[in-house]
Design a protein around this ligand. Sequence first.
Ligand code: GLC
Length: 425
Amino acid sequence: MSIITGRALRSAAFGALLAGLGLPALAADITYVSGAVGNAVENFKSLVKPWEEATGNTVTLVPMPASTTDQFGQYRLWLAAGNADVDLYQTDVIWAPQLADQFVDLTEAAKDLAPQHFPSIIESQTVDGKLVALPIFTDAPALYYRKDLLDKYGKQPPKTWEELGVIAKEIQDAERAAGNPDLWGFVWQGNAYEGLTCNALEWVKSFGGGQIVEPDGSISINNPQAVAALELAKSWVGTVSPGGVLAYQEEEARGVWQTGNAVFMRNWPYAYTLGNGDDSAVKGKFDVVPLPTGGGNDTSAATLGGWNVAVSKYSKNQEAAISLALYLAGPEAQKQRALNESNLPTIVALYDDPDIAAQQPIIPRWKDVFLQAVPRPSAPTKGKYNEVSSKFWSAVHSTLSGEGTAAENLEVLEADLTDLKGSGW
Ligand code: GLC
């Protein structure tokens, strides 16, 4: 035994050999990499405990940067190098077409579980008939608002972005004059990364300006409604939103909000349970509504987000990794995550779960919001989505920073996307 290395001991082949000799299979230590946002890392230990106990395997979580853009860059390098140290990746909803070749097909393993999920979400993770990843939660943002402050000033939550700006300014000015100098009107995600693509798609789509690249692959972003939407967003920077918003991701926005320093926040449902935590200055003082609309258009738009779990094809522990993926995407883990992290389940039945409805009322309320959410153009642009998105968020970030007008930047963007598309996506 002493000459057998740790890696060989862990290998599935060796386990099978022992099983063939009538000896018990050896436990595997599974490595799971995931972005660290909110309380996800803290919750992970108790989340996986039932699986560890049932299988005798252990899981090591390797926390990654919060930014999905940074995670994508790192994972793409690891996968290209055939990294065998990572067994499972937590993957963003937009990545499936770009990373499909590097992951194990889960169709067969998930044949009983997949039908419990919303079909559209399973479809988003299916590339050329291959089930690339299993959904663990879905995401659709909310407009968080301070009930206490809106009541104090006799306001209703805004239905339009224009109205949001006006209310935010009025309350911000009045509260600052009354001795609350740190209060801002509206915080959101303005950093140059995927999160800005999500925010800006919401402004543009709700203004009736399309979704950057349409489902048929045509490039639609250079239009007057999109220009108007971006110009309105620019007007918030430095007035109702701090100049620093251009560097904010989700957690920076939540930091300002949760210390009581914002009237409105655009964020995902994970911020709901944290905002109601004992250490939160806004506990019990806020509620959520769907995002506003604008530009005279009457439908609001929420960008569809969400996270999945994928098994690396370079994993040496594939059997155990697949078992963990099934557990993480299954009803027990999804309910735990809904209760503790206010993540939206992807399993249909959990929207009727009484414990979830009682402890996290945002979840049943958000079912329709996510079902109508707008996908980013990751399906039509296939392997080029990351470049499309980075060109979009750059054009938006320049506009918000005052480097060129929205009209100028969207014209250049249209030309760049046309080049990138070439004869087809
Ligand atoms: C959330 C969404 C994800 C999105 C990211 C952007 O995590 O679930 O889909 O890409 O935010 O920051």
